[in-house]
Design a protein around this ligand. Structure first.
Ligand SMILES: O=C(O)CCC(=O)C(=O)O
Ligand SMILES: [Fe+2]
Length: 554
């Protein structure tokens, strides 16, 4: 067990959030753990969370979600609770509330754009309840002031017990979770800080990796649901019936809120649609899965509303309701027969091939754990629009390099073995880019686009390893999420669509010889139910051009 101080190792530090390993309880940034040590105890110090005698896996500090960090709770809730009940350290929290405003964090990080972050919120709720219970027990002094909070916490406890494990796979569950945090827990946090005259609670949550969503997140999640309704021709009743069986109830106040948002956005059709709903009138249904159609799962026939434009792009992705047209955002049944083949040719010239069972569950888990902490908002062309038709790309991305860890390297080799193309990374001219891991949010989508850059001027402005290696010749994309419905990758020009199947991958070539192939225009349909994750590997021209086999300088 060895600790090195003062090292800001490229992959060894989670210093951005003030998490450090070392014996230093004040949590100075930049202290890194070296290989093979496991975090034994975590302490919240003045400047953040610290792992005492902390050590970790191969590349540095991990938290409970990291591949090597099982059981380590550097960022987890146990550490917060542990801290709060630790008499010696509790004192440092109990400073006048008025001095805390600069430390208050609410998220401006668009929690709704990552299903994994919403899931994490849901998963953390039991611990938040425990945290509040501990807190409120510690302050018996003023029952009158804390009574509303006690009531809130008791109710939250009851609801949680009734709900059990929460899944936010359905967009209404994602909305309900965001709403509970933004409008429920957020105000309880403010209240508890004020009533009990303590500070730093929200800041500690923030440092613990829990991003409390804002009301903007909640509103956007509702707009995403509207977007899903339009793309997939669903009525409010369809959405609600498909939610049947979920443990997070939707109340009249929620549907009123939906009406309000639709009205504010001048969307009278949607406002009327949601205004019709009265709780208790929705019949039970089996819910949406890939084996059923909306038609089957809804209580009344779907209205056909014609073509739907996915957004600002010039082409319209036509939505037919009942046929398995593959190039549109269409909800289609899928039989299990694909599983019998490892490879499926989906299109010839340009070639699009799907490979099955090419990444294991364990590898998926490790990749997602690595990526989770690195997720950043993925934006295309600046600020996302707030239009009801959704944003160009509603997701978060993380980049994982081949040398990040053994599993990434192995997957990179596998892409090479399957495609016959080089994927090795080199400083000056890389055959391929690092893996781009993408996690979509509520109704997350990616409007049709090309993967090649085409614009040579754009290429010239990129990092040397891209500049010297040509454009994105091929795309190899692993499907590593659990999409229940929606979220197809579609090629509108070719009328081809691929349903994301966990463990499979798709390969296509963005170039026809030396020429960018515009027929490969593609996008991701909005995720209707489930969690969509993909891992992109973009392979560059240099990996196949005979004359360019040797990168410059090698
Ligand atoms: O998620 C998908 O299905 C497509 C993603 C994509 O096209 C991209 O990331 O460039
Ligand atoms: Fe793409």
């Amino acid at each position: 067990m060895r600790l090195v101080r003062g090292v800001t190792g490229e992959r060894g530090v989670t210093g951005g959030k003030g998490v450090t390993c070392g014996k230093d309880v004040t949590g100075e940034k930049g202290v890194t753990c070296e290989k093979g040590v496991t975090c034994e105890r975590c302490v919240i110090g003045e400047k953040g969370v610290t792992c005492e005698r902390g050590v970790i896996g191969e590349k540095g500090v991990t938290d409970e979600r990291d591949e090597t960090g099982e059981g380590c709770d550097c960022l987890g809730w146990r550490s917060v609770v542990w801290y709060l009940i630790s008499a010696s350290l509790l004192v440092s929290l109990l400073t006048p509330a008025s001095s805390s405003s600069a430390l208050v964090h609410t998220s401006s990080d668009h929690v709704h754009t990552s299903s994994a972050q919403i899931q994490r919120l849901a998963d953390s709720e039991a611990t938040i309840v425990r945290l509040f219970e501990t807190l409120l027990r510690a302050y018996k002094g003023s029952p009158a002031r804390t009574r509303p909070i006690v009531k809130f916490v008791e109710e939250a406890h009851r609801n949680l017990t009734a709900r059990g494990d929460q899944s936010v796979a359905h967009p209404l569950d994602a909305y309900a979770t965001l709403n509970r945090f933004a409008n429920g827990w957020q105000s309880q946090l403010v209240a508890v800080e004020h009533d009990l005259n303590i500070t730093g609670l929200r800041e500690h949550l923030w440092k613990s990796g829990i991003k409390i969503p804002t009301v903007d997140d909640v509103e956007r999640s509702v707009m995403s649901i509207f977007h899903l309704q339009r793309v997939y021709h669903m009525t409010a009743v369809d959405v609600l019936t498909s939610h049947n069986g979920s443990r997070q109830p939707i109340h009249q106040s929620d549907t009123n809120y939906f009406v309000d948002i639709a009205t504010r956005h001048n969307c009278s059709e949607l406002a009327d649609d949601w205004a019709r709903f009265t709780p208790g009138e929705i019949p039970n249904s089996k819910g949406l899965d890939r084996g059923s159609t909306f038609q089957e799962s809804s209580s009344r026939p779907l209205e056909k509303k014609g073509n739907y434009s996915m957004g600002t792009f010039e082409e319209k992705l036509q939505v037919n309701s009942n046929t398995a047209t593959r190039g549109s955002c269409l909800y289609t049944p899928r039989g299990p027969s694909y599983y019998r083949w490892k490879t499926e040719t989906v299109h010839v010239d340009p070639d699009i091939t799907v490979f099955y069972d090419v990444i294991s569950d364990n590898e998926i888990r490790r990749v997602k754990n690595l990526a989770f902490q690195l997720l950043e908002r993925a934006e295309v062309g600046g600020n996302p629009s707030r239009s009801l038709t959704g944003t160009a790309r509603t997701s978060k991305v993380a980049w994982l390099w081949d040398n990040h860890t053994d599993v990434i390297q192995r997957l990179s080799h596998r892409v090479s073995a399957i495609t016959g193309l080089q994927t090795t990374f080199r400083d000056q001219a890389a055959y391929a880019e690092p893996f781009q891991i993408v996690n979509y949010g509520v109704g997350g989508q990616y409007l049709p686009h090309y993967d090649f850059l085409m614009d040579k001027a754009m290429l010239r402005n990129t990092a040397p390893f891209v500049r010297e290696s040509g454009d994105r010749f091929a795309t190899f994309m692993f499907y590593i999420g659990d999409v229940v419905s929606g979220g197809a990758t579609v090629f509108p020009v070719l009328d081809v669509g691929i349903l994301p199947t966990r463990g499979s991958a798709v390969l296509w070539y963005n170039f026809d010889g030396e020429i960018p192939d515009t027929r490969t225009r593609h996008g991701s349909c909005p995720v209707l139910v489930g969690h969509k994750w993909v891992a992109n590997k973009w392979i560059h021209e240099i990996s196949w051009r005979p004359q360019a086999q040797c990168p410059k300088g090698f």
